[in-house]
Design a protein around this ligand. Structure first.
Ligand SMILES: Nc1ncnc2c1ncn2[C@@H]1O[C@H](COP(=O)(O)OP(=O)(O)O)[C@@H](O)[C@H]1O
Ligand SMILES: Nc1ccn([C@@H]2O[C@H](COP(=O)(O)OP(=O)(O)O)[C@@H](O)[C@H]2O)c(=O)n1
Length: 642
């Protein structure tokens, strides 16, 4: 499985142009396909979900083309009748394609089979099928009753009258019914059973139907009337707004990462319900500014976000972003009325709780709510994303909480925002790292410590971790058992206290500097499981305002994104002399010839091992210190820090 490591970020600021709204894109495509005349669709979202809709329409005989120069799609409407009356359609995990196409095809007088990915077959559709059956549609479940896949027959469509549909599971059922109703040509009343959820999505549907010439009247949110004798007519050109749900991640980044972050493509005039995310975060103390076609967010003046208790039924998708923002708040937060999360791309309530807990967050899960208690400190975790784009996008924000985060299967963002992580990187700034690698006694430790002090950065002596594992292995007489050494590395009870190094509480500052320990260190360092065990421990040193890290693989493995990489080296003779002096000063036994031999052996072992070998990277600056004093080496490095 692919994974993406996001380093801890120091701040977020900048501007992002949003991709088109998924909800608007797929509705517009279907309406344009059903309309009289050609529609030019501008700023359409290009993602998996819109691909599924475009493919399905092509299979159904709808002609569409993408203009390479402008990126606009020209859709030739079929005036309410799909030319192809027998087809198999695969709709992936695109609910915004599956539900409306089910309704439109059920009223179209053809034979169709609709299927999707396994998760699509777990997402309920029975309420929509029941409603369509009242109109005489012939739909059968070819898998489990109440769920896709479906087989749609010609049916005997009974035009007119009143149809009832449940509104409390997914508002997409009502959307699907509303969009298909004009195909019957006769006035239809639709009654909503139960409390209608996600009302803003119905507003999008009604708004877009009106742009295509069909005006629906409604009494509250309970009863809708679609007039008879009307047909969809192309409005000519139509522009898709930026995706308001996608905007939420960047506005949240501005809120928790200082800001300002501006999103372009949605604003005050948006028809999407999720723009109300802006109001929600304002309640947390975030400074939000709205323009006609942009929104900007910056963090509260006093830094910390206020805890919240909110009913989020009106912004179910953007509400996921709030669940992650809760981690940054000054007290426990309550997200209420979010039961629809359970039938989305995954059971989002369960997924959110599970993944937040991995970070050390206390979460209480209810049928239709979550309570999130922000921890004092987060720990790194690899976040599972459940083939759910929003899980991946929300959890990227954790990198603004002072820790790195790993996103498993990051490509799931292709569903709605294929370039999400590029956009996120463009507005965030990682905690800077200066990586200094090189062989033993090249001066890495001395130079790194001096540079860190001058810059006020943290300092990581990664070799000391390998030396600690080596000492633990020597003490446990486990040096020849790789699995036992890996277990020691995993549990390493080491502490760094005021310049001293403790192992299981005992001061080993000098003990780990012995040549025996160094030799064992380079042996245990060749065990891949030992390196894995120490990886996140080393990355945890990356904290604001910055880190100077020294070792063998700082630039290649531990901090490959470091902006500054140096490779220090010196002749074996120079290094053996330095080490000799150093050991004598510490009162440790030393012999220049054996030191020289041991150094060469260790260099060879460090350079030849299969994992994280010692080498100069192409993007590292070479510092040959044989003829440099310590001051000169420090100056050489400092002058070259970008
Ligand atoms: N450029 C240099 N010239 C002379 N001595 C140096 C230089 N750099 C480091 N030393 C000395 O060499 C010894 C080993 O340096 P150290 O920084 O511990 O190397 P490393 O971390 O690469 O093993 C120390 O006693 C240090 O003071
Ligand atoms: N990032 C690192 C740091 C050290 N090491 C190993 O740990 C040993 C001791 O590291 P060190 O940096 O304390 O050694 P010296 O360079 O001080 O002799 C090295 O010989 C390497 O084999 C490593 O593999 N990767």
């Amino acid at each position: 499985m692919e994974t993406l490591d996001l380093p801890p970020m120091i701040r977020a600021a900048g501007t992002v142009r949003l991709p088109g709204s998924k909800s608007i894109s797929n509705r517009v495509l279907l309406l344009a396909a059903l309309a009289d005349g050609q529609t030019r669709v501008h700023d359409l979202l290009r993602s998996d979900d819109t691909e599924r809709m475009l493919e399905a329409l092509r299979t159904l005989g709808v002609n569409w083309q993408c203009d390479a120069a402008s990126g606009a799609y020209r859709v030739d409407g079929v005036a309410g009748r799909f030319p192809v009356t027998e087809a198999d359609l695969f709709l992936g995990n695109a609910g915004t394609a599956f539900r409306p196409l089910t309704a439109a095809l059920a009223l179209s007088g053809g034979n169709y089979r609709l299927s999707g990915v396994p998760r699509m077959h777990e997402r309920p559709i029975g309420d929509l099928v029941d409603a369509l059956s009242q109109l005489g549609a012939a739909i059968t479940y070819t898998g489990n009753a109440g769920y896709p896949p479906l087989s749609i027959g010609k049916g005997a469509i009974r035009a007119g009258g009143t149809v009832s549909v449940r509104g409390d599971v997914s508002s997409q059922f009502l959307t699907a019914l509303l969009m298909a109703a004009p195909l019957t040509g006769v006035e239809i009343h639709i009654e909503v059973v139960g409390e209608l959820i996600s009302k803003p999505y119905i507003e999008i549907t009604l708004n877009l139907m009106a742009r295509f010439g069909v005006t629906v009247t409604r009494e509250g949110w309970q009863r809708f009337t679609v007039p008879g004798g009307v047909r969809y007519r192309s409005p000519g050109d139509i522009h898709v707004e930026g995706d308001a749900s996608s905007a939420s991640y960047f506005l949240a980044a501005g809120a928790v990462g200082g800001g300002p972050v501006r999103v372009e493509g949605v604003g005050r005039d948006s028809i999407q319900g999720d723009v109300r995310f802006a109001e929600a975060i304002a309640q947390l103390g975030v400074e939000v500014t709205l323009g006609d076609t942009w929104i900007e967010a910056r963090g509260p003046a006093d830094g910390r976000l206020k805890a919240f208790d909110m009913d989020l039924n009106h912004i179910p998708d953007a509400a996921m972003t709030l669940a992650v923002m809760a981690v940054f708040c000054d007290g426990p937060c309550h997200l209420r009325n979010i039961a629809s999360w359970r039938v989305k791309e995954t059971d989002r309530i369960a997924a959110m709780a599970t993944e937040l807990r991995k970070l050390g967050v206390e979460v209480e899960e209810f049928d239709d709510a979550l309570r999130v208690v922000p921890p004092t400190e987060l720990r790194h975790a690899a976040i599972d994303t459940y083939d759910d784009h929003r899980m991946a996008m929300c959890f990227s924000l954790i990198s603004l909480a002072g820790v790195g985060v790993t996103i498993n299967d990051p490509a799931c963002v292709n569903k709605t925002f294929p370039v999400y992580f590029d956009a996120y990187r463009s507005i965030t700034e990682a905690v800077p790292v200066i990586a200094i690698d090189g062989p033993s006694a090249s001066g890495k430790g001395t130079v790194a410590a001096r540079v860190a002090e001058a810059l006020g950065y943290h300092y990581l002596d990664s070799g000391s971790l390998y030396r600690l594992v080596a000492l633990a292995a020597i003490q446990a007489d486990a040096g020849d058992d790789p699995a036992a050494v890996a277990a020691l590395a995993e549990a390493l009870p080491a502490e760094f206290v005021g310049g001293r190094i403790l192992l299981s509480g005992a001061d080993v500052t000098d003990a780990i500097r012995s040549e025996d320990c160094a030799a064992m260190a380079s042996k245990v360092a060749a065990i891949p499981a030992v390196r894995d065990a120490l990886l996140e421990r080393q990355r945890a040193y990356r904290r604001a305002p910055g880190l100077v890290a020294e070792g063998r693989d700082m630039g290649s493995v531990v901090f490959p994104d470091a902006a500054n990489k140096f490779f220090l080296t010196a002749s074996v003779t120079a290094r053996a002399e330095r080490r000799y002096k150093q050991l004598m000063e510490k009162g440790l036994p030393a012999n220049i010839d054996s030191l020289s031999e041991e150094l060469s052996l260790r260099d060879a072992r460090d350079a030849a091992r299969s994992v994280a070998p010692l080498m100069k990277l192409p993007d590292a600056i070479l510092v040959e210190t044989s003829d440099m004093s310590i001051d000169e080496a420090v100056r050489f490095v400092t002058e070259r820090i970008a």
